[in-house]
Design a protein around this ligand. Structure first.
Ligand code: HEM
Ligand code: HEM
Length: 226
């Protein structure tokens, strides 16, 4: 059996699957007046969660850190994409250059989508919590951009799923198992410091995630009067 090493810590994995459920809910509930309160609440919580993932990219374990991602440079990403298309696995335990770029895109797109949702208003039924702080032209622009960004997010998810299916079926790389168990093929790399059962990482992530989500919901949701 192939040797594996711990790569994705509990917060990267839990975070990933919570984002999947959250985005699914947002896509279904978006635009339905009956669910607008739930849509806004989940959207604010989701943005807090993504902000925590960004912080985790600086203070989390080795492979969660952005410093362990290949630099997001177009030439490397192109090279990395070429390798994927030619079915040559990149022997890196964390994200490849193109995979790392997709992660940055996901995080930025989710935050921008949530931000434009919070900044929009129809002046009748819905006042986003940030709308009273912004000039009316920006509020109207936010309302126009929000559905466009959520469509772009949907397109990126489509590409992500095609890429995952390609890696799993054609390139025989067990990436989904990796996102479930945290372990990936060892190659000749250093293991991460993200042992799947590390209580230190669990507690650190728990404290910071509650702090960031609490602050986001406290400031945007409660203080700004959502
Ligand atoms: C709403 C849909 C989805 C979004 C927004 C999303 C987003 C992401 C993000 C942001 C990452 C990077 C994780 C990190 O470093 O924190 C990631 C990785 C990953 N996702 Fe998704 N994902 C979605 C759906 C799925 C689904 C349905 C699957 C599997 C069936 C999947 C499988 C994976 C895998 C295997 C990785 C790790 C890739 C690797 O090992 O390099 N994703 N995804
Ligand atoms: C990443 C998080 C979010 C996603 C993926 C998302 C997605 C969507 C989608 C797909 C729609 C339907 C667009 C259409 O009718 O074509 C929508 C509408 C809407 N969203 Fe969000 N949303 C998010 C966050 C938020 C947040 C945080 C708020 C407010 C606090 C919000 C407020 C609204 C409102 C008021 C609408 C109805 C107006 C419209 O159609 O533009 N959304 N959203």
């Amino acid at each position: 059996m192939q040797k594996t090493i711990p790569v994705w810590d509990i917060w990267v994995r839990l975070g990933h699957w919570l984002i999947v459920v959250g985005i699914l809910f947002q896509q279904i509930s978006g635009g339905d007046a009956e669910y607008v309160d739930a849509h806004a609440t989940v959207g604010i919580l989701l943005s807090g969660w993504v902000l925590f993932r960004v912080l985790w990219g600086f203070i989390g374990p080795k492979y969660a850190r952005f410093s362990s991602f290949p630099p997001p440079n177009p030439a490397r990403a192109k090279e990395s994409l070429k390798r994927v298309l030619m079915r040559q696995p990149e022997k890196v335990p964390g994200h490849s250059a193109i995979g790392g770029l997709a992660v940055y895109l996901f995080l930025v797109l989710i935050i921008l989508t949530a931000f434009t949702g919070m900044s929009s208003s129809d002046d009748i039924l819905f006042y986003g919590p940030l709308a009273p702080l912004l000039p009316s032209a920006m509020v109207s622009l936010a309302g126009t951009i929000h559905p466009i960004l959520s469509d772009l997010l949907l397109a990126l998810i489509g590409v992500h799923l095609i890429a995952i299916i390609w890696h799993v079926t054609v390139m025989k790389q067990p990436l989904i198992r990796g996102m479930l168990t945290g372990r990936k093929p060892a190659f000749e790399q250093e293991p991460g410091d993200s042992h799947p059962f590390s209580s230190v990482i669990f507690l650190k992530g728990l404290i910071y995630s509650l702090l960031i989500i609490g602050l986001t919901y406290g400031i945007i949701g409660i203080y700004l009067g959502w």
